[in-house]
Design a protein around this ligand. Structure first.
Ligand code: FES
Length: 104
């Protein structure tokens, strides 16, 4: 992975427990604020392409709204079928109050 950081928005724009979608120009990500920590994952369920943005957060997992697969938002690892492949998770950082995400 190259050292390519994209600026997303101010950290204060995403309240705790909420998320936004962010288009990197290559793919859609979810930028999630979990109790003040920011995580970035692919917005694409590996089961059948559902958008995770419409799902629910349960602890550190996001639940796909279509058939209930679950993914860890910290690692992208799948935790519950019917998906069996992980999604991508991306490093994030805060720079001058702005959320940045590292992409390929
Ligand atoms: S598309 Fe996500 S569980 Fe089926």
């Amino acid at each position: 992975m190259t050292d390519h950081w994209l600026s997303v928005c101010a950290k204060t724009d995403i309240p705790a427990g909420e998320w936004i979608t962010f288009d990197t120009g290559v793919e859609e990500l979810l930028i999630i604020n979990l109790e003040g920590d920011i995580y970035a994952i692919q917005d694409l369920c590996t089961h059948d392409g559902g958008n995770l943005a419409d799902g629910e957060l349960d602890g550190d997992e996001i639940v796909c709204p279509r058939h209930g697969a679950r993914f860890c938002i910290k690692s992208g690892k799948v935790t519950t079928p019917p998906a069996y492949e992980d999604i991508k998770a991306f490093p994030t950082r805060i720079h001058n109050g702005m959320i940045e995400v590292q992409v390929d």
